[in-house]
Write a protein that binds this ligand. Structure first.
Ligand SMILES: Cc1ncc(COP(=O)(O)O)c(C=O)c1O
Length: 371
């Protein structure tokens, strides 16, 4: 039971499957984005969905992050004892959630995403009930076609929000998740440019409607790592995956395998029939073949030391087809997963390691936490 086990001293003593985080690589990844933020005079508000960890939240804040971004109220609640300034980058449309959000807003700084009048109405109702003003960021779409209004519509939308009486529009944000589908670095840079442009346009329009816009927020890991000069025009960066990186970032060309801080330690459990079978299946590695439904990656993880791919998963089994002659039962391997954010959500805790030494256990404090 990972919660009560004695901390292993070395990686050899760690039972599998286990999620390892390499301390030096983690720190290098943090430093890289800290420097990008500094060089553009932008605040860093990392997305904590990647690690769901109080300890890593604290580390990001100690290094200068102004707060964190979360996707769910569960994450906001659980991480609020580490961070008192949280942006919920996810729309709320029910009274149930709006009231919960306003309970949180009475306790710590909580800003909420809005892209529908119905959502804003729910927030305004809840805020009035609690005697608060709900601070919101308007989400604008820059091409992902998930959430977010057309930036051109921001002026009228802002007016409608202000008219509700208990909403303060403090900023605008966008998320270029479609960057994960970019086929070239030129295309990626163009998407990063559009992300910045969309919040710049939206901020101008919201100001015309009378809002005091302080926050122009952008972010996905690939668009931040593109490090465009135009980032000077925004006030805030919201990357999440950058702390760990993964095969998806490598395939996209914005990271190297050596930079991937998170790996899955696994054991070969069978070699009959020519395949090598490992003890990490979909309940450890996840089924993602890329982010946002992009199936850009082959297989479910890379065993870098052998140049082999986990090409088939059941829940508790991973299959390396034809792997048996080269791998023996009992052998331990490290896998670079396709999507690190999903892997953390599937484990209770990770191990922070420095070479072969286990430094500490990193609890995944909001595992699941989907509300
Ligand atoms: C709204 C929003 N902001 C920021 C991020 C962080 O993106 P990434 O994990 O690519 O850094 C995400 C991730 O999905 C997101 O949905």
């Amino acid at each position: 039971v990972i919660g009560t086990e004695k901390l292993p001293l070395t990686v050899d003593e760690v039972d599998t499957p286990a999620v390892l985080v390499d301390r030096k690589k983690l720190v290098a990844n943090l430093r890289q984005v800290d420097e990008i933020a500094k060089s553009h005079n932008a605040d860093l508000r990392p997305h904590a969905k990647t690690h769901k960890s109080r300890a890593l939240t604290r580390l990001q804040l100690e290094r200068g992050a102004v707060g964190i971004t979360v996707a769910k109220l569960d994450e906001a609640g659980a991480l609020s004892d580490s961070c008192r300034d949280i942006f919920l980058a996810y729309p709320i449309t029910s009274d149930l959630k709006a009231l919960r959000a306003m309970d949180y807003a009475a306790d710590f700084d909580l800003t909420v995403a809005v892209d529908t009048v119905e959502g804003a109405e729910a927030l305004s109702r809840a805020a009035k009930k609690k005697g608060l003003i709900s601070q919101v960021l308007i989400e604008v779409d820059c091409g992902l076609r998930r959430c977010g209004i057309d930036p051109e519509d921001t002026e009228d939308f802002t007016r409608r929000l202000i008219a509700l009486g208990a909403i303060e529009v403090v900023g605008v944000f966008s998320h270029a998740g479609h960057a994960y589908g970019a086929l070239s670095s030129d295309e990626l840079r163009e998407i990063a440019r559009c992300e910045i442009e969309s919040v710049t346009v939206a901020a101008d329009k919201a100001r015309k409607a009378g809002a005091d816009i302080r926050v122009l927020s952008v972010g996905s890991t690939p668009t931040i790592l593109a490090n465009l000069d135009e980032l000077d025009n925004v006030t805030e960066l919201r990357p999440g995956n950058y702390v760990f990186k993964d095969r998806t970032q490598v395939e996209l060309g914005v990271a190297t395998l050596e930079e991937c801080a998170l790996t899955v330690l696994t054991t070969v459990v069978s070699t009959v029939g020519g395949n090598a079978v490992i003890d990490s299946g979909s309940k450890t590695l996840g089924l993602d073949r890329g982010a946002h439904g992009n199936n850009a990656t082959d297989g479910y993880g890379l065993i870098e030391s052998r140049g082999m791919i986990v090409d088939r998963l059941s829940e508790e089994h991973g299959v390396i087809s034809g792997g048996a002659p080269r791998l023996r039962a009992g052998e331990r391997l490290r896998i670079v997963p396709n999507h690190a954010c999903v892997v953390t959500n599937l484990t209770d805790a990770m191990y922070l390691v420095d070479g072969d030494e286990v430094v500490s256990r990193l609890e995944v404090d909001v595992r699941g936490g989907g509300r």
